[in-house]
Design a binder for this molecule. Structure first.
Ligand SMILES: [Zn+2]
Ligand SMILES: [Zn+2]
Length: 326
């Protein structure tokens, strides 16, 4: 039986069917007969296996994802899919699928402006599929510029005291933001981050990309490490020589980097996602008939949309088919 209306289903990414056309949003496996949309190149959003290398995404996402998957992906256009800046990381996009009902998928998104983006703008639609990572009222983030000036003050102090500053960061997204923010400082990167920065330079981003060569003595530097774990022996060595560490995450609001065992000296609430009130603002401006939430506090935030905005909302649950008939 042909389905009239819109079908939304979680499983191998998010399957959306509009007017009989099928779209796979951030699929784990690309499929030949569907349009495969990749919102951005974070590992939980890019495919692990490929039946086709044709994907619908921005050119920056294609290059990052090709590097991460070790495949030569081809970015192809789809007449029914409009891609717009999601404000999350360089290259990240939301998509609006056109048809008898318009479906918007946000991927991960952020409405606050940053050095590389003015932030995501609401898109009018009938069906909104959105992330709800920070979908609880306790998560409200300060202005980007406020966080940036606090970060610059801290790094300047550390360097003036004669120590190096280690910035612990996700290799894709936040590291490039840090590269822009601290471009006037003597800044060096973990090799993986340096290679992403080089990709962005080919797209016209004017950011530093100098890989870190172990310095013996010399003047203090800013080092962007690829987060806790993988790079820990170098970070430990630098700490023994007096370097200070900072971490950057929305979860800093929870004080998650505190505690005696932590080797994070300072944490800044620098997030690539929307806070709670920004999520609500975005929904209101998109003015959808129904919202499906994914990631993080999906269930809680669907409840907030219903009670605060009076809009129908539910979390997307794996393998449960949602069919809207209109
Ligand atoms: Zn992401
Ligand atoms: Zn994500």
């Amino acid at each position: 039986m042909r389905i009239v209306g819109t079908l939304i289903c979680l499983g191998n990414g998010i399957l959306v069917e509009v007017d009989g056309r099928r779209y796979r949003l951030d699929p784990r496996r690309t499929t030949v007969d569907d349009t495969n949309v990749i919102s951005h190149a974070h590992t939980d959003h890019i495919p692990r296996s490929f039946k086709t290398l044709d994907v619908t995404c921005s050119e920056i996402t294609r290059d990052f994802a090709s590097e991460r998957c070790r495949k030569d992906l081809r970015a192809i256009k789809d007449d029914h899919v409009e891609l717009v800046d999601a404000g999350h990381i360089p290259g990240s996009t939301m998509c609006r699928i056109s048809g008898s009902r318009r479906v918007v998928y946000t991927g991960d998104f952020c409405v606050r402006s940053k050095t590389h983006t003015d932030g995501a703008k609401p898109l009018s639609c009938e069906v909104l599929v959105m992330e709800a990572t920070y979908g609880k009222p306790r998560y409200r983030f300060p202005d980007h510029s406020e966080v940036v000036s606090a970060m610059k003050d801290w790094v300047s102090e550390v360097l003036h005291s004669g120590s190096s500053a280690i910035l612990l960061s996700y290799p894709l997204g936040k590291s490039q933001e840090l590269a822009s923010i601290f471009r006037e400082f003597p800044i060096f990167f973990h090799p993986a981050i340096a290679s992403y920065n080089r990709i962005l330079r080919t797209h016209g981003f004017d950011i530093p990309s100098e890989p870190f060569e172990d310095i013996k003595g010399g003047s203090p530097i800013v080092y962007v490490s690829s987060g806790l774990g993988k790079d820990s022996s170098r970070v430990q060595t630098m700490r023994k020589r007096g370097a200070k560490t900072a971490a950057f995450s929305g979860w800093a609001v929870d004080g998650m980097f505190g505690g005696r065992s932590s080797y994070v000296d300072r944490a800044f609430p620098l997030s690539d996602h929307c806070g709670y009130d920004e999520l609500l603002w975005f929904v209101k401006r998109c003015a959808p008939e129904v919202v499906y939430t994914v990631h993080g506090f999906a269930r809680e935030f669907a409840g907030s949309i219903r009670s605060e905005l009076g809009i129908d909302a539910r979390p997307l649950i794996a393998n449960q088919r949602m069919i809207d008939q209109f």
